[in-house]
Ligand binder design. Structure first.
Ligand SMILES: [Ca+2]
Length: 323
């Protein structure tokens, strides 16, 4: 079982801002390396966008944003892989590019900048109100492209990912890849001047995002297709169920024995899964990823040893006397 936060941690992010603070100006990075600062008082403690996760989100209205002090690992350096992820619920109505995550020099953005957000309403119809991803590399080389779904200002929840993997840049929305372009020839170097990473805004100003933003993460690697799907699944359905766990050793006259443990659904008596108790192994998990134990009375476990059948309680039951 992994929560969203644990799943992101398993992907070794450069930074993961949960945006779950209730008060204050510090926007904590789960890695402990890149805490940011809330500027201009976004509304904190708003209902988060992850299902089954009490961690909250922040609601931004121009000119609110989060600023994160520059660091060498905010840029991939060269044409290496990297990924940006976030959840959002847009109320964007202004005629302005609106960035979830931006990185550039604060005075005059040039080489070594990138932006990930929503394209302005004033853009051509095949661009406007779509997820946008761009990066500017050495010598002014760049890529800039858009997703396919219209992001309406209707407070619909979305999960967006921008990824560079093996020379291909892609945009994902709600777990599905919407578009991709070649990023070969776009080699990134650190900006020349003082730089900043921003959430819900852009370092040089403008680009303010309006709406809820949640769980922004930056990875110095390509998050795999499967992991993007997992993040979407965990965030939109809740963490996978832990399963039903029995701990204890099945014993006969003080000696561990191999019995068969069967998990049933209480309402119908249907067998969900069975496992053999391996003598010496004191913990058994049934139905991991399937069984939701919000209500343990929905399930029961029987221990079968020869002709002997008896119920087992959920939790630690050591030792279990088989017969
Ligand atoms: Ca959060």
């Amino acid at each position: 079982m992994a929560t969203y936060s644990e799943k992101v941690a398993s992907l070794t992010p450069v930074a993961h801002w949960r945006l779950g603070e209730a008060t204050g100006t510090n926007a904590a990075d789960e890695t402990g390396n890149h805490d940011g600062t809330y500027n201009d008082s976004p509304l904190l403690g708003q209902t988060g966008l992850l299902v089954g996760d009490a961690d909250t989100a922040a609601n931004f209205t121009s000119p609110d944003y989060v600023g994160v002090a520059d660091h060498d690992d905010f840029i991939a350096h060269g044409s290496g892989d990297w990924t940006l992820c976030c959840w959002f619920k847009s109320a964007q109505t202004i005629d302005n590019n609106a960035f979830f995550i931006g990185y550039s020099e604060t005075s005059s953005p040039g080489n070594g900048q990138y932006g990930f957000g929503i394209r302005t309403n004033l853009a051509p119809t095949n661009e406007k109100n779509r997820v946008m991803f761009y990066a500017v590399g050495d010598g002014g080389s760049y890529f800039q492209f858009y997703g396919t779904s219209i992001i309406a200002a209707d407070n619909t929840k979305h999960f967006a990912v921008a990824r560079v993997k093996s020379g291909v840049a892609s945009i994902w929305l709600d777990g599905v890849k919407e578009n991709e372009v070649s990023s070969s020839g776009v080699a990134l170097s650190a900006p020349a001047g003082a730089s900043l990473l921003t959430l819900a805004g852009f370092p040089s100003g403008g680009g303010d995002y309006t709406g809820l933003l949640d769980e922004a993460s930056l990875h110095g690697s390509a998050v795999s297709d499967a992991d993007i799907a997992d993040l979407w699944d965990i965030g939109s359905n809740g963490p996978p169920a832990a399963g039903y766990i029995i701990s204890g050793t099945v014993e006969l006259d003080g000696s561990p024995v191999e019995a068969t443990l069967r998990l049933y659904l209480s309402t119908t008596g249907a067998l969900i899964e069975e496992v053999d108790s391996d003598p010496g192994d004191g913990s058994y998990t049934f139905g991991a990823g399937v069984v939701d134990l919000d209500d343990e009375s929905e399930y029961f476990v029987m221990c079968h040893y020869g002709d002997d059948v008896r119920p087992l309680a959920h939790g630690p039951v050591s030792p279990v006397q088989a017969a």
